[in-house]
Ligand binder design. Structure first.
Ligand SMILES: *Cc1c(COP(=O)(O)O)cnc(C)c1O
Length: 502
């Protein structure tokens, strides 16, 4: 006879008393971590495969104690991470988790609510609409905008462009798709040559393909050139291509440029194009009255994404998608199988109808905690300080003759490079050759900066030039941290490096 099954405790889960004990330990660990993340290197000294080699290749047959798991977490996992919550993390767009957001995240996990339908999470459904309406007010967008939360801006943009296709119900794209149809013209989405790669990904997923995206030239400030947009649309129409949508960016990834949305909206109105605004990073700045201008014209948009998980201190992940045409978003994405039908009284309330995912995390709880605990003034003060720190860094760069800034600093990102003494013969001569050497020199500088573990910066291409990119957005970043980065940049730039000709 087989052995009887072992008896699983009364909850099937960890014993409640043990949970309390471990819970306290975990909260203590988090509190300690947040009190000074600078005890860690910002980025680890590790190589691909190191963690895999340090852990068993297959899962344990018998359950282990949480003590053992936590010990490995501290010993192997944490030192192998790049610390986004570190105040000297200046890469990409920093996204910091605030304490209210972290506590909300724990409660989200405990409740494990899944608000696919209103009835599977009435309060979660309503809190999502409410918090996004609060955020809409803070950004000064009109009340016609209705918001839903997705994991990321990439998914928000995908959903917005799916809705854009529903402007042409006669094409029956939702029903019949695009493949194998001779009766549907090529569809086109327009964005600038600086727009985020998520536009390309959306085009791939929607079946438009990469050639369904037409990248329009930008002006000297890296903003979409509206005349070039008009020309591109006219050219496409002449070739029988059907223009579908324009994606304008407020705060581009490479240089934080702001496209002229008001003028783009005029083209969209005239040409009947859906206007989607990617304000994933830059939208947060609109919380400041003095930065409201960044969303100028966005009240005309059909949709807009902004990421509270980027510059609004909500832990990953939480991205807001707004649209003034929620009925088109729903028409594009709503599929209701029989087992999910509910009363007609709930019509329009079910969040699953406005996105790709069926299951939905209770992300609005984090946003609600953060909005309430910091308040509009507290959020604005923090963002304002980041803008000030970026200006301060820019002043330091400008004051050094051997450094140059490569783009205006209008948000919290500074683009710059080291330009060694041009008197030296090694740094003069053929301009093309010089550019090449400057790139190698600054690449090496970036690599040496990040190898210290004291700071983490990333890079971008500005007019074909390699730029060091310092982005400020962490809640805990102070002037001291920014100064630390600047001193390190100066010190390492002046040291000889392998690519230096001298
Ligand atoms: C960060 C960013 C994105 C991508 O955001 P995800 O939420 O990571 O998908 C898209 N566009 C812009 C302008 C961004 O700054």
């Amino acid at each position: 006879m087989a052995e009887p099954e072992p008896i699983i405790g009364p909850t099937g889960d960890m014993d409640p008393a043990a949970f309390r004990d471990y819970g306290r330990r975990v909260v203590d660990w988090i509190a300690e971590y947040l009190s000074d993340p600078t005890v860690w290197r910002v980025s680890p000294t590790t190589v691909p495969g190191k963690l895999r080699d340090a852990l068993p290749a297959s899962p344990p047959a018998a359950g282990e104690s949480l003590d053992a798991v936590l010990a490995d977490f501290e010993r192997l996992i944490v030192p192998g991470l790049t610390h986004w919550n570190h105040p000297r993390f200046f890469g990409y767009f920093p996204s910091s988790a605030s304490a209210p957001g972290i506590l909300a995240e724990a409660l989200v996990a405990a409740l494990n609510n899944n608000a696919l339908l209103w009835q599977t999470g009435p309060a979660a459904t309503e809190l999502e609409r409410l918090t996004l309406d609060w955020l809409r007010q803070l950004m000064g967008l009109p009340a016609v905008f209705q918001g839903t939360i997705n994991d990321t801006a990439s998914v928000g943009t995908l959903c917005a462009l799916a809705a854009a296709r529903e402007q042409f119900p006669d094409l029956r794209l939702r029903e019949e798709g695009l493949a194998g149809r001779a009766d549907v013209p090529r569809l086109r989405i327009y964005c600038s040559d600086q727009a985020h790669s998520s536009v390309d990904k959306a085009a791939i997923v929607l079946g438009l393909g990469l050639s369904g995206v037409r990248r329009v030239a930008t002006d000297a400030q890296h903003r979409l050139d509206v005349r070039a947009l008009g020309d591109a649309v006219a050219d496409d129409r002449a070739r029988g291509v059907l223009p579908l949508a324009v994606v304008a960016t407020v705060g581009t990834t490479a240089t934080t440029a702001v496209d002229p949305v008001r003028e783009i909206a005029l083209v969209c109105g005239r040409e009947r194009l859906w206007l989607h605004v990617d304000a994933a990073y830059g939208g947060a700045a609109a919380l400041l009255p003095e930065m409201r201008w960044v969303l100028d014209g966005c009240e005309q948009a059909d949709s807009l994404v902004v990421n509270p998980h980027k510059w609004l201190f909500v832990p990953m992940d939480c991205s807001a998608l707004y649209t003034r045409r929620p009925e088109l978003l729903r028409r594009a994405l709503s599929v209701v199988p029989d087992y999910l039908t509910t009363s007609h009284a709930n019509e329009g309330l079910d969040l699953m109808d406005y996105g790709v995912a069926l299951g939905r995390r209770f992300r609005s709880l984090k946003l609600w905690f953060v909005l309430r605990c910091f308040g509009a003034d507290g959020l604005a003060a923090r963002i304002r300080e980041h803008l000030r720190l970026a200006q301060q860094f820019a002043v330091w760069v400008d004051a050094e003759p051997n450094f140059e800034r490569l783009a205006p600093t209008q948000f919290s990102v500074v683009l710059f490079r080291h330009r060694p003494d041009s008197d030296g013969a090694a740094w003069s001569g053929d301009p093309h050759e010089l550019e090449h050497r400057l790139e190698a020199h600054n690449r090496s500088l970036l690599q040496r900066l990040n190898a210290t573990g004291e700071v983490f910066l990333s890079h971008s291409a500005v007019d074909g030039k390699f730029a060091l990119r310092l982005a400020i957005g962490n809640l805990r970043t102070t002037e001291e941290h920014v100064l630390h980065a600047w001193r390190l940049v100066q010190r390492l730039a002046s040291q000889a490096d392998p690519s230096s000709p001298g």
